[in-house]
Design a protein around this ligand. Structure first.
Ligand code: AMP
Ligand code: MG
Length: 430
């Protein structure tokens, strides 16, 4: 057997989760920007502030279908006004509204100079026999005369220029995730190409001689490599560009070749081979490849053997091989790192919920018990512990929406107790 440093020598003293997370975040390089066309910008993160190009709306806009008037001409109900002209949508009137007249206008139309109010057509009667209220639209121009059956105040049904946003106003901030509504805002201000944070490129390296590809039938003693697709999916959900998975055997040469290839990425995520077995070659091979170890081992369960290091701007996570440990450590450590690389504000560490089943007492390390989450009838979040058979049991774990945090040495928790959760479903959505 090769000479190896023992687990305790390598891994003690273990960091707690918050210390380890802080050490990861310290090493995250600044976000890098690239340009994306607006129709590919949804769900990306703005790399710089976006300013309004103009006042919005850029003209005085009618809120309704009706008649533009001078309010002073229709202060009392029952006034009859000649209809001077019609303003079709998108065709502002060059003429200003003569005193003592109305102009036919439609929702979204630009008010003519002189007009300062709009009367909704439901408050008007068309007096020349042409279709008006409730009738089909007039095909041959506006009616000649309209009676206004309401008293009109200046500004009625008019959206002032710049009412929603003034020119130069910040309409999107660096670090803001681009929602569908923000896509609309960016479109409104003419931002056809958007400066967004480049998605960090992530490569997954699975390790282990026992693993066969997902589409193979495992021989005796072998299992399918489920962590590679699971981690790629997780990394993509965190915002990374993660499509590449390499597999390395449990020998230094093969592992080193995979590591050298993956180190060209922004984030390199290994799984397996990071503990203290004779074939756990990841820490020493990463060191030989020039990756600086930042820490090895965290006081958490599952996921204690977690390894983290850097080479240049590349972050390297050595996750445990057990499928649940791999996904939990990716969520707790790789997710905040990727979010910071995107310029997002730090993830709120947790949300609170009411326990709907008991949790065992805490141990010497912070435990993360998988729970399903749903709204309770009283409007609070409930957390139902899922039946789960340990860190190898991805089947039970797949039922979970969140991780319930059991702090070290915490007493056992009962139904009705409050518990802190880390979402497995993204930043806010549970
Ligand atoms: P290791 O961390 O390499 O000692 O692996 C711990 C456990 O996780 C072992 O039972 C492995 O077979 C299993 N394991 C390691 N890597 C994977 C993987 N890529 N997919 C599924 N199971 C894995
Ligand atoms: Mg292994």
């Amino acid at each position: 057997m090769r000479a190896r440093s023992g687990f305790n020598a390598v891994m003690r003293p273990l960091l707690d989760v918050a210390e380890a997370r802080a050490l990861v975040l310290e090493r995250v390089p600044a976000p890098r920007a690239e340009t994306a066309p607006l129709d590919e910008a949804h769900d990306r993160v703005l790399a710089s502030d976006v300013l309004a190009d103009d006042d919005h709306p850029p003209f005085r806009r009618s809120r309704v279908d009706g008649y533009a008037v001078r309010a002073a001409d229709a202060a009392a109900s029952g006034v009859e006004l000649p209809v001077a002209f019609e303003i079709p949508a998108g065709s502002p009137s060059a003429a200003s509204l003569p005193a003592g007249a109305a102009a036919r206008i439609f929702t979204g139309g630009a008010l003519p100079d002189g007009a300062d109010a709009v009367v909704m057509q439901e408050d008007c009667a068309v007096l020349d026999g042409r279709p008006g209220l409730d009738g089909p639209p007039a095909l041959d121009g506006p009616p000649a005369l309209v009676r206004i059956d309401t008293s009109v105040r200046a500004g009625a049904f008019v959206v002032p220029r710049g009412h929603e946003c003034a020119a130069g106003h910040v309409v999107g901030r660096a670090g803001q995730r681009i929602s569908s509504a923000l896509v609309g805002v960016l479109g409104s201000v003419g931002c056809a190409n958007v400066s967004v944070a480049r998605r960090p490129r992530a490569v997954v390296i699975s390790t282990g001689d026992e693993l066969v590809p997902v589409d193979a039938v495992p021989g005796p003693g072998r299992i399918r490599n489920s962590n590679a697709p699971a981690l790629l999916a997780a990394l993509r959900s965190f915002g990374a560009d993660a499509t590449r998975a390499l597999h390395a055997p449990d020998n230094v040469g093969g592992l080193r070749a995979a590591i050298d290839e993956a180190l060209t990425a922004d984030v390199c995520v290994l799984t397996g081979g990071v503990s203290v077995g004779d074939y756990d070659l990841v820490p020493e091979t990463l060191a030989a490849a020039g990756v600086e170890r930042v820490f090895h081992g965290v006081r958490l369960q599952p996921g204690k053997p977690l390894w983290f290091g850097v080479r240049g701007d590349t972050l390297v996570f050595g996750l445990p091989g057990n499928p649940v440990s791999a996904l939990v450590t990716a969520t707790l450590f790789a997710r905040p790192a990727i979010e910071r690389m995107l310029g997002l504000p730090d993830t709120p560490p947790s949300v609170r919920a009411v326990l709907e089943g008991p949790l065992a007492a805490g141990t010497w390390r912070r435990r993360h018990d998988p729970v399903r989450v749903a709204w309770r009838p009283d409007g609070r979040l409930g957390a139902w512990p899922v039946a789960y058979r340990g860190s190898g049991d991805v089947f039970g774990f797949a039922d979970a929406d969140a991780l319930a945090i059991v702090p070290p040495e915490a007493p056992a928790s009962a139904i009705g107790d409050e518990v802190e959760l880390v979402s497995l479903r993204g930043r806010l959505g549970l």
